[in-house]
Design a protein around this ligand. Structure first.
Ligand SMILES: [Zn+2]
Length: 447
């Protein structure tokens, strides 16, 4: 397939915006980029996708999400309202994830993937929990990825909160999935990593077990210091702060993703930098849970590899960009904080490097020859001159996620002119609504 009449935003480093170029896709990759007239002449038989002047850019990436949170939308939480993050876990997330069965896991995933396709998000790192349906839960999510055609990385949140049997079952589920997907071909859309909930729900014994069993080519995906209680719990259990505690078990490193890190101290940040551990930032979630905001822009300047995730909020990632832009200014009472260029460093370059690493070095999140064809068309008509320099601010103030008209992942069109091609949205939503009433009943019974 040849994509013509597009304005190409490459997200190369340095970035480039080009017109008059055509992009040739072959299989799952970008085969060639060149002068449009010459390309069309060279491939006369090839199917043509006419972008009609829209921007063609790499799809968006989400470094940390929870599909299982889908049924929280509209859920009635019995009063009194949770007063802090630990209470939110106990009154919302834990009773909710305990209410999920196989069909719920399937449909909560499909709903999120449809949302992602519609808003141009092409890769998502899911962090899954369903304590009453652990064995096989990651296969259900994998199947949803394969059905919709979205790219993703799965894991199961190991935790001791449901007792040692469930903790062991979570470990098994991670190991089984890592082994299963390890041998999948380079075009397979799904990879697995090892998930853990958070230091505060993990004993020394379980951490020891996880690190002993962790395959050498795998890292972990875990929440860290989202709320200060995680730090003090860690100190009580081990005498160490969270990152030092996890480091004792050898699970830092360039294959690991630590979500949040809001309450990390300088020494912990340094340790993450030294070990090249990824930190994933989720400002919408941090504001919603009122846990504070990490000093992210200075952490990036110090060399920390910070990515951007959504923690289960909408899969419209430019919403996360905008919140990030506004939140840090308000939090610091300084409009000079968190420039849009810093958000691009996180959400584009670091997220792209993260996905590339998880997908065996395949370049993802960039338009260049040989890169994976994860692409979107954006129907944006700038009212001021759009340049490479001001693009990050054009996105913050001008782009809307609804401007994504076409989404391509792994060379396959999943949405064309806002029509989904792989899945029936109305059918999925209708089934999800049906399931949600049962999930809510199981949730309510726990109070
Ligand atoms: Zn999370």
């Amino acid at each position: 397939m040849i994509i013509i009449n597009a304005k190409l935003i490459s997200w190369n480093n340095p970035n480039s915006i080009d017109t008059g170029q055509a992009v040739v896709l072959a299989g799952s990759v970008i085969k060639e980029i060149g002068n449009q007239t010459e390309i069309v002449y060279k491939y006369p038989e090839e199917e043509v996708l006419d972008a009609k002047g829209q921007y063609l850019m790499p799809g968006l990436i989400c470094a940390h999400t929870h599909f299982y949170g889908t049924f929280s939308r509209g859920l009635y939480i019995p009063p009194p309202a949770p007063a802090d993050f630990p209470e939110i876990l106990q009154k919302l997330w834990w009773p909710l994830d305990q209410s999920l069965l196989a069909e719920d896991v399937k449909y909560s995933s499909l709903v999120c993937m449809i949302d992602a396709i519609k808003h141009g998000t092409t890769t998502l790192f899911d962090h899954h929990a369903s304590p009453n349906f652990i064995d096989g839960s990651l296969d259900v999510i994998e199947e949803a990825f394969l059905k919709t055609g979205v790219r993703g990385v799965v894991c199961y949140e190991v935790t001791d909160r449901g007792g040692m049997d469930k903790s062991n079952e979570g470990i098994k589920e991670n190991l089984r999935m890592i082994k299963k997907l390890d041998t999948a071909g380079s075009d397979h859309l799904v990879k697995a990593t090892f998930g853990m909930h958070a230091s505060l729900t993990l004993s020394e014994e379980t951490l020891e077990k996880c690190c002993t069993l962790l395959p050498t080519n795998s890292g972990i995906h875990i929440h860290t210091a989202e709320h200060w209680v995680d730090e003090y719990d860690s100190i009580n259990k081990s005498g160490l702060r969270v990152i030092n505690r996890l480091n004792k078990f050898g699970i830092l490193g360039e294959k690991s993703i630590f979500a949040h890190g809001v309450h990390l101290d300088h020494a912990e940040i340094e340790l993450l930098i030294d070990t090249k551990t990824w930190l994933s930032h989720q400002p919408r979630s941090n504001l919603n849970n009122a846990v504070g905001l990490g000093d992210v822009d200075s952490q990036i300047r110090a060399g920390l590899r910070v990515c951007l995730g959504n923690d289960g909020f909408s899969n419209a990632m430019w919403d996360e960009w905008r919140t990030c832009y506004l939140a840090h200014k308000g939090w610091n009472r300084d409009p000079r904080r968190m420039g849009a260029n810093t958000i691009v460093d996180m959400a584009v370059y670091n997220n792209s490097a993260l996905v590339t690493q998880f997908f065996g070095g395949e370049r993802i999140g960039i338009i260049e020859q040989g890169a994976k064809a994860d692409l979107i068309l954006v129907d944006y008509e700038p009212v001021t001159e759009l340049t490479v320099e001001n693009l990050p601010w054009q996105i913050i103030f001008g782009f809307r996620d609804s401007m994504v008209t076409t989404t391509i992942i792994n060379g396959k069109i999943l949405m064309k002119d806002r029509q989904l091609t792989t899945i029936d949205e109305k059918e999925v939503n209708s089934k999800a609504r049906e399931l949600s009433t049962e999930v809510w009943q199981r949730y309510a019974k726990q109070f």
